[in-house]
Design a protein around this ligand. Structure first.
Ligand SMILES: Nc1nc2c(ncn2[C@@H]2O[C@H](COP(=O)(O)OP(=O)(O)O)[C@@H](O)[C@H]2O)c(=O)[nH]1
Ligand SMILES: [Mg+2]
Length: 459
């Protein structure tokens, strides 16, 4: 477990390791200026450091010039971390970076842990926990939808909604607690209808926010899209055609793909995780093939989008019936979108065209763009009706749900017009605590340590 010791000054490179034109090193903490003044010259620059001032300085070690650098100073609290910070833009040589780190450490700095700068920003009240988490989401965003949601969280859109819900619950709680303190007749009787109306005003946005995770998890993780069918129908060829390069091995030999092959692709700003699977057939004794088929069937159960590839140049066979059977058995069509394609349209068709089945050729690329559009279409309608804030984190989703459960219990008391004040207050307090956890107002060190350890070093 790791919690930042705010009395220490920390240092780390913020740019990836390796050679580069420029690298950035961050030094942050109480003694940042004092430590930097031990190896950055001229020394007088540090006499009265001002925030957001940039200087051209020399890095010196024992009188030897190591590099000429650009450095920006930030004075507490006007910095990312909220502490004094010196950012050093040096040449991107691993030797220079190593030397600067060593000079700072020799003069009292400590190497920063992953996410420690952002952890300090959180600890110093520069941002709440949802915003700190959004920093990491932003760094890892790969599609325009995941980028937009990270930006919205970073701007505090989730926090604002949660704070509003919290203040509504607090109002209810104080109305209950007043009656708890003052059990004698002086307080007015509880007006159940009025309380119920106020409670619904809270549970409704709470539920909307929790429900948004249904979309949010797609934004963050992408849509699980699997390609299935009998051997040799062209599944691996389709994966390659969609990717635009030869990722999977394609041969005439049946059973070429034995394991699943996974690749992430972005179409129209949405992420899809494509999986090419082993061909499904009934009569195999090969244990490798058998395991591959079991895995393929598993993908029927768990995918968001299923692309069923059939060979247009061949009559339907027993194996294809088996695929149909597995789909019928395992496909949850409320959850999964099934797209049927007839492949090899460049050859003579051996079966009639089918309404709702897309005809494609992985050889000539005919129909591939149409297929991409079809894959994107339904997901675009999901994102089209985007509300202002979308929950993308499992942690937030769970806390929102827990909070909702408590609020529903409270609501039930009101509906039954039977209220035990102590119990009612407990439900409201629990609902509040869950929301405070999301914002990071009450979390355990273990949770914080866990969240920030997923960050890059230097962020
Ligand atoms: N003519 C033609 N051949 C194709 C097409 N797609 C795949 N093939 C061929 O069909 C064979 C099996 O393809 P593959 O992608 O390995 O099928 P998989 O077993 O379903 O993964 C290979 O010889 C491919 O070159 C297509 O659209 N047209
Ligand atoms: Mg294959």
């Amino acid at each position: 477990m790791f919690i930042s010791d705010l009395s220490k000054t920390i240092i780390a490179p913020s740019t990836p390791p390796g050679f580069g034109a420029i690298s950035i090193i961050r030094l942050s903490g109480k003694n940042a200026f004092a430590i930097a003044s031990k190896f950055l010259y001229p020394k007088k620059t540090f006499i009265n450091p001002k925030t957001k001032q940039t200087h051209i300085l020399k890095v010196m070690e024992n009188g030897k010039l190591i590099d000429q650098v650009v450095s920006t100073f930030y004075k507490a609290p006007k910095s990312y971390t909220g502490d004094n910070t010196v950012e050093i833009f040096c040449h991107g040589s691993p030797f220079i970076i190593r030397t600067i780190l060593a000079l700072a450490i020799k003069n009292g700095a400590k190497e920063a842990a992953p996410g420690e700068f952002t952890m300090r920003a959180f600890m110093n009240g520069k941002m709440d926990l949802t915003q700190a988490e959004a920093v990491n989401d932003l760094i890892h965003s790969e599609s325009s939808s995941s980028h937009s949601s990270a930006i919205s969280h970073l701007r505090g859109e989730i926090s604002v909604q949660i704070k509003n819900i919290k203040s509504g619950i607090l109002n209810l709680l104080s109305a209950i607690e007043v009656r708890l303190d003052d059990s004698e007749e002086e307080m007015a009787e509880i007006d159940f209808n009025d309380f119920l109306r106020k409670t619904k005003k809270i549970t409704l946005p709470l539920k909307t926010l929790a429900d948004s995770f249904e979309k949010g998890r797609f934004i963050k993780n992408g849509f699980k899209t699997s390609i299935i069918g009998i051997p040799n129908s062209g599944k691996s060829s389709l994966l390659n055609a969609l990717l635009g390069y030869n990722r999977a091995i394609v041969t005439k030999i049946s059973g070429t793909t034995t394991d699943t092959i996974e690749e992430k692709i972005n179409f129209s700003g949405i992420s899809f995780i494509f999986t090419d699977t082993a061909g499904i057939k009934t009569n195999t004794k090969n244990p490798i093939e058998k395991e591959g088929i079991l895995r393929a069937i598993d993908f029927i159960k768990t995918s968001d989008i299923l692309i069923w590839v059939m060979d247009y140049s061949k009559k339907p066979c027993a194996n294809e019936k088996e695929v149909a059977r597995q789909i019928k058995k395992y496909l949850d069509d409320k959850k999964t979108q099934l797209i049927k394609v007839f492949n090899k349209s460049d050859l003579n068709p051996e079966r009639p065209a089918e309404k709702g089945t897309l005809t494609i050729s992985c050889k000539t690329n005919s129909g591939i763009d149409k297929l991409k559009k079809l894959i994107v279409k339904r997901q675009e309608t999901i994102f089209g009706e985007q509300s202002s804030a979308i929950v993308t984190s499992m942690r937030h989703f769970q806390a929102l749900n827990n909070s909702l459960v408590e609020m529903k219990l409270f609501e039930k008391m009101l509906k039954n017009k039977k209220i035990r004040l102590e119990l009612a207050a407990e439900h409201l307090k629990s609902a509040l605590n869950e929301l405070s956890d999301i914002l990071g107002e009450t979390n355990s060190d273990e949770l914080l340590s866990n969240i920030f350890s997923k960050f890059c070093v230097g962020k």
